[in-house]
Structure formats: structure tokens, C-alpha cells
Design a protein around this ligand. Structure first.
Ligand code: ADP
Ligand code: ZN
Ligand code: ZN
Length: 729
């Protein structure tokens, strides 16, 4: 038994055999091995006595990272399941979930971090002892109640080094090496939990009564109904068990700081780690280690953190479970929500999915009682009303006029009352196209089948799909006309319009362009809370999570295109998005108003929105899906392919279909079609859809098919991938 079967980050569906060479590597342990001319990191999957490779050609592993705890068996099991389910090589899947520092051979040694913390003497002298001018020192003093590593200090403030040095010399601060959790010595008093209202109480009781076993629950309640409060009180009880750990998934990093603040205030003594893509490699590694060795009691993170190893996992919460960002769109195309459910099943712990507008798949599961349904029907804060949602008919409005008189009047009222308005438009930039008024030419992207967006301030045209940029042409390349004009509205143009209408208002634009800098979203949030802003103009960045008590009007501009999209999920997504923006209006003691500008005010979607009736809307959509045979009434997989020449793509997909000799009953393999974005980044794209009424049959088919595909000579000439449960087409 001296042969080790090792998983490597290579695009092959197999492991590689090495000789143990006197190391005593355990399953799950990281090893450094020779691979071709390189050294790579691998994970030991198995110890065997026989290999297909002749003994003489087997190589020794270089190194076993003996000091490290092996990857947990449950983590390996979860990854194995995902690799099978999503048709992705296990080695690649496994290495991809590791923090970068555990993957790179040159960084293969775990660094120790230095941390600083106040000494008893430091605590005694108090903040008053530090001069008012010494801003950095004062800031550090306030933060160093618990040990902070150099990485955390970097994140906290610039130029902390001299300040720390001074405090070290004064004996107020001590340094220590940490490889493990900082333990909080003196905890601040926890924020007190409010008493739950009846709906919340019923939800919590149902969750607790079911005990510590696998069950999926859907917590359905509009924004502000107090779902987060239910999560926290659930954790409060679950985490009373010594060592129990909770995993909380959130869709976006922008939302983690607020959630983190609430959880930290509620659970000041429980070690908590954040895991998201804006953390640097060391922070990520430390979070991972703390979770894996059981020190972190709460892990809050985005998509990828669903794989965080947690030996004492006791509960999983997925907030905003319908959110599209839970789906990974490259590499292993997993859905973090679905993986969370599978993980809960393997660990035999409850999984709580929360949303105001659940994914139809989830809603369906609740309707057929596969999931437990918990509903909160009102807003949590006493007296907080549901926003009043109305449509504004814009059929008479000139096309270049983005804002209707009704909306403008409502905004003026807000300005008079010193309240805030938010104008929501899902398009950044100045205007979506540059149009020739003589021949109707619009500026296209050279690399994609899309149009270039006008960014007037930078005098650039930009593709929002591939990032391509150019100067606007002086004249139309088709007809030579020099009258090229931006057509339609984006955030920048709307901002400009608003400034004309309301010259004295303080207007803030919030989109990916204006929020690029780190911390920009937090600063925006602060400005709005402090009432330094009257009008917000922005994209969906604004739709989520922010709590703006003085915001009483939301105007929605230009959403009609989504009503007639070929994407069968478009209505579901639009409803979710509009519910979310509507949720920004009127919290606390001020009733909110939502005005949606549309040319289709009678559309069923708006009717449902006006009555806040998600469930009727969802039930209708489900009926439509059932009749059309769409998910969740069937299961889908997409074979995607792309190459510089369309020829190669067509050939590959034709061969792929030919490779199927008999198509099982209950399964349909469709003809190849072009992707919705036919060209992206100079790649021609097409795809084959596979549908089945049986998930099992689809899985068996895909397994066999992918093996055949890998063997096709054409497979090496295109980039291809399999997307199980695809969300985009
Ligand atoms: P959601 O997660 O559904 O958007 P939150 O949990 O954030 O809702 O609750 C919205 C607001 O109501 C928060 O400020 C929260 O502190 C408050 N809140 C929640 N539940 C209660 C309650 N039972 N009593 C008083 N305030 C509550
Ligand atoms: Zn022209
Ligand atoms: Zn492009």
C-alpha cells in the first residue's frame, strides 16, 4: 500500500499515481509532486497497492505537508458529488476550492501572521491618553480590543506601522504570532435581540422543533420582514451547542459588511470569519484554516464559501437564495444554493433558504412539500407599511424623454419634504447606443454581437460584455453623416437630466463605474444615511440590501424590454428585481411610493407587483412552465462550445450529437443553435440543449456523453463545457 493516488489540477477525469517514498501521507493531505517538468500541488485521494503505471515509471512525491490537517472526508465527499453532478474533473474542482496559497507550489508553506493586541496596561490607560491629533493611533486603539493581524490592519487603515511601533514602545500593545484564532478576551455587550413577531416566532419554532437534522426550509418574506432576525435567533440557539458551526451564504460581497456588522453586534464573542473575493490571499487562507480547525463558529461568505471545510457544521443559511450570483459561470458551473442543500443532506443539518422572491425551482419544492415553507407576511417594524406601487403609462411620452411628469412631480415633493428619491435604471453609461440619424447605423462591438455603450464623460464607447473601448467615430462609417447621437438612457444621462430638472438637488450616481473604488459602496451608504444626498440614480447595485430610512420614493425607468425577452426566466428575474428595488422605499416610519414607468401598465407582472402578490404570480408562472415543459418540470443541461471560427464549433457539435447512439426514453437532445450572444470576445458560440423529465436519466446520459466527447478529435479544437441546470443561454 505504498502508492498514493493524487488529485491534480489538470483537465483530465482521473487521478495520478505516485510512490509514497517513505512519507506517511494520509488521505486528504496536500502533497507536492513532479508533473511533467513542473512541481504541482495535489491532494491524496487514496492509498493503493497496485497501479496501472509500471513500478519503474512511478515517481516519488516530493513532499507531504505533514503539519497541516488533511482535507476533511466530508469535504472530499461533497466535491466528489459536485464533480459527478456538474460533469467536471474532480482534481480541478478540488484544487479550485482551495485558497490560492494552498494551491501554488511556490507559496506552499503556510505563513505565520503577526497580530497585535492591547495589553492590560494599554487597556488601563484608556483612549484619553492618546492625543486627539494621533488619529491613526486612536483608531488602532479602538480596534485592538481583539488581536488584529497585519492583514486586518492593512484593511483598517493606511500608515499603521509607525503608530503600532509607538504603542509597542509605550507597552500598550503586544505582538504575537497567530496561526490560529484570535480569542476575544473581553467581549463588548451583545446587542439585544428584539422580541419576534408572530410570523417570525412561528418560523423559528418550526425550525427549532425539527431539531438538528437535514431538512430544507424556505423562509419567504418581503424585504424588511425580519428574515435576518430569524437567521440570527436560529443561530443563537444552534450555536449554544459547544463547537457548533454555522455557514451563512450571501449573494454579493457588497452585502457582507452590513451583515457582518449585524452578526458581530449580536454574537460578539463567537469567532466569525468572512470569505469573499475582495479579501487578499492571506486573509482568505486564515479564514479557511479557522473554519477547518473548528475555531470559526460562524462563516459568512459568497458563493465559493459553500465549500469551506467545517467539521462541526450545524446549520446552513442561504440568504437571497434566488440570486443569480450563486451560480458559477465558468470552471465548475455549480449553483452554491444547490450545493448547500446537498451539503446539508450529507452533514444531516438543516438548510434555511431565505428570499422575498424565491427561485421558481425553490417555490415549486415548497409547494410539493419537499421543502418546509415558512412565511412572514408583514414588515417587521411595527407600523412600517408596504410601499404603494403604481405604474405610470409612458406611451405618450416622447422617446428621448426618460422622466414622466408624474415621476418628476413626485420627486419634487420629496425634495420639499427633505426626503430621498431613488431612480432605478438597469443600464450604466451615458446611453446604450450611438446612432446615426441618417441611416440608423449603430456602433457595434468588433468582438461581440453587441452594441457599444456611450460613456460621454470619458469620450469613449465601451462594450459591456468584453471591455473593448474606442473613441466615438467622427462620422458614420456607412453613410458618412456626421450627426451621430447617443440614443436612449443610461445612468449618466439620467443623472445629467435630473441635474437640469433639479438644479439644487444633491444627486449621486451609483453604478459599477462610480462604485469601482474599494469602500465606495460603504461610503455611498453612509452618505445616504446621513442625508447628504437627495436623489440617487443607479443600477441594481442599489437594489440590494441597503437600509435607507429617509428614502420614500423609488422610480423605475425603462424595464419593458425584459417583459418580452426570449429568456423564459426573464419575468421571474424582473419581478424579483423590482420587488427588491421597491423594498428600498419607505422603511421605519415613512410610507414608500414606487412608480414604474411602462408602456404596458396592464401586464400581469405589474398587477402582481402592485398587490405584493408573489405567490399568485409564481403559481401562474409555474403553470406556464408546466405547460411548456420548462424547469422545474424538466431538467436541463447545455453543451456549450466556442472557437474563433464558427466552422469548428458547428463541426464539434455535429459530432457531439452523432456520438449519441441511442437516446434514452424521457430525454431529448436538441439540434445545435447559436448562443444568445452569438459572438463574445471574438469567439463564435453555439450550444446543444439536453432536456429530461428525469434527473437521474439526465445524469446517466451526461456521464456517458461527456466521456465520448472527451475522446472526440474535434474536442481539442474548440473550448467546450457542460452546464448542468443552466441559468443563461
Ligand atoms: P429582512 O432580512 O427580511 O430584510 P431584517 O431582519 O433585516 O429583514 O429586518 C428589517 C428591520 O426590522 C431590521 O432593522 C431589524 O432589526 C428589524 N426587526 C426585525 N425583526 C424585528 C422584530 N421582531 N421587532 C422589531 N424589529 C425587528
Ligand atoms: Zn449613417
Ligand atoms: Zn465586446
Amino acid at each position: 500500500m505504498n502508492i498514493l493516488r493524487v488529485a491534480l489540477d489538470v483537465p483530465l477525469d482521473k487521478h495520478f499515481d505516485y510512490l509514497d517514498g517513505g512519507h506517511t501521507a494520509k488521505v486528504g493531505q496536500r502533497v507536492l509532486v513532479p508533473f511533467g517538468k513542473r512541481q504541482v500541488i495535489g491532494i491524496v485521494m487514496e492509498r493503493v497497492s497496485l497501479s496501472d503505471v509500471p513500478d519503474t515509471r512511478l515517481k516519488d512525491i516530493y513532499k507531504v505537508f505533514v503539519d497541516e490537517a488533511p482535507i476533511l472526508p466530508v469535504t472530499l465527499k461533497l466535491l466528489k458529488f459536485c464533480a459527478d453532478y456538474y460533469q467536471y474533473p474532480l482534481g480541478q474542482a478540488l484544487l479550485a476550492i482551495l485558497p490560492a496559497k494552498l494551491r501554488a507550489p511556490e507559496l506552499a508553506y503556510l505563513p505565520k501572521l503577526t497580530a497585535y493586541v492591547l495589553t492590560a496596561q494599554g487597556r488601563e490607560v484608556g483612549l484619553e491618553a492618546i492625543p486627539k491629533r494621533a488619529l491613526v493611533q486612536r483608531k488602532l486603539y479602538a480596534a485592538l480590543n481583539q488581536p488584529l493581524s497585519t492583514v486586518s490592519l492593512n484593511a483598517l487603515t493606511k500608515g499603521w506601522q509607525p503608530a503600532i511601533k509607538a504603542m509597542l514602545q509605550a507597552g500598550w500593545v503586544a505582538s504575537q504570532e497567530i496561526a490560529k484564532t484570535p480569542v476575544v478576551a473581553e467581549a463588548p455587550a451583545p446587542s439585544t435581540a428584539p422580541e419576534l413577531n408572530t410570523d417570525q416566532q412561528m418560523a423559528l419554532q418550526a425550525l427549532l422543533a425539527d431539531g438538528q437534522q437535514f431538512k430544507v426550509w424556505l423562509l419567504h418574506g418581503i424585504t424588511g420582514s425580519g428574515k435576518t432576525e430569524v437567521y440570527m435567533q436560529l443561530l443563537q440557539t444552534v450555536l449554544e451547542t459547544p463547537q457548533a458551526q454555522a455557514l451563512v451564504l450571501v449573494p454579493e460581497i457588497n452585502l457582507t459588511p452590513q451583515l457582518e456588522a449585524r452578526f458581530r453586534a449580536r454574537f460578539p464573542v463567537l469567532p466569525m470569519v468572512m470569505l469573499h473575493s475582495q479579501m487578499n490571499d492571506s486573509e482568505r487562507l486564515h479564514g479557511w484554516m479557522m473554519a477547518q480547525n473548528g475555531d470559526a463558529r460562524i462563516v459568512i461568505g459568497t458563493r465559493l464559501s459553500v465549500f469551506t471545510p467545517m467539521p462541526n457544521l450545524a446549520v446552513i443559511v442561504v440568504d437571497e437564495e434566488h440570486d443569480a450570483s450563486y451560480k458559477q459561470q465558468d470552471g465548475m458551473r455549480y449553483s452554491a444554493r444547490d450545493v448547500a442543500v446537498m451539503r446539508g443532506k450529507m452533514a444531516n443539518v438543516p438548510v434555511l433558504l431565505g428570499s422575498a422572491t424565491p427561485a421558481l425551482e425553490t417555490w415549486h419544492n415548497a409547494q410539493i412539500k419537499r421543502y418546509g415553507l415558512l412565511e412572514i407576511k408583514q414588515r417587521a417594524v411595527f407600523g412600517a407599511l408596504m410601499p404603494d406601487i403604481r405604474c405610470v403609462d409612458v406611451r405618450q411620452l416622447p422617446p428621448e424623454q426618460a422622466l414622466s411628469p408624474t415621476l418628476l412631480t413626485a420627486m419634487q415633493q420629496r425634495l420639499d419634504r427633505e426626503e430621498q428619491s431613488l431612480i432605478f435604471i438597469n443600464r450604466r453609461g451615458y446611453s446604450p447606443v450611438l446612432l446615426c440619424h441618417a441611416c440608423a447605423w449603430v456602433a457595434p462591438c468588433k468582438r461581440c454581437s453587441s452594441r457599444l455603450v456611450v460613456h460621454l464623460r470619458d469620450k469613449r464607447l465601451r462594450c459591456h460584455h468584453c471591455g473593448h473601448e474606442q473613441r466615438p467615430p467622427q462620422q458614420c462609417p456607412l453613410c458618412g453623416n456626421a450627426d451621430l447621437r447617443p440614443a436612449g438612457h443610461g445612468t449618466q444621462r439620467l443623472e445629467e437630466n435630473l441635474a437640469k430638472h433639479f438644479p439644487h438637488a444633491r444627486i449621486l450616481r451609483v453604478d459599477r463605474d462610480s462604485m469601482r473604488k474599494k469602500g465606495a459602496v460603504a461610503e455611498m451608504s453612509r452618505q445616504v444615511q446621513a442625508q447628504e444626498v437627495d436623489i440617487l440614480v443607479g443600477t441594481q447595485i442599489l437594489a440590494k440590501g441597503h437600509d435607507f430610512p429617509h428614502l420614500t420614493l423609488v422610480g423605475v425607468v425603462d424595464t419593458d424590454s425584459a417583459l418580452f425577452s426570449p429568456d423564459f426566466r426573464a419575468a421571474e428575474k424582473l419581478f424579483a428585481q423590482l420587488m427588491q428595488v421597491a423594498g428600498r422605499a419607505g422603511r421605519a416610519d415613512k410610507a414608500g411610493e414606487v412608480l414604474i414607468q411602462t408602456a404596458f401598465p396592464d401586464h400581469a407582472l405589474f398587477q402582481a407587483l402592485q398587490t405584493h402578490d408573489y405567490s399568485t404570480f409564481a403559481d401562474n408562472l409555474l403553470q406556464e412552465r408546466q405547460m411548456a415543459g420548462f424547469p422545474p418540470y424538466c431538467f436541463e443541461a447545455l453543451l456549450r462550445a466556442e472557437a474563433q471560427q464558427y466552422d469548428l464549433v458547428a463541426k464539434f457539435l455535429a459530432k457531439a450529437i452523432n456520438a449519441v447512439n441511442d437516446i434514452p426514453h424521457q430525454l431529448t437532445v436538441y439540434d445545435p443553435v447559436r448562443a444568445r450572444m452569438e459572438r463574445l470576445k471574438s469567439m463564435e458560440r453555439a450550444q446543444v440543449l439536453v432536456q429530461s423529465s428525469s434527473r437521474q436519466k439526465l445524469q446517466v446520459f451526461l456521464q456517458a456523453w461527456v466521456t465520448l466527447l472527451r475522446a472526440l478529435p474535434e474536442a481539442n479544437k474548440v473550448r467546450w463545457s457542460v452546464d448542468v441546470d443552466p441559468q443563461e443561454f
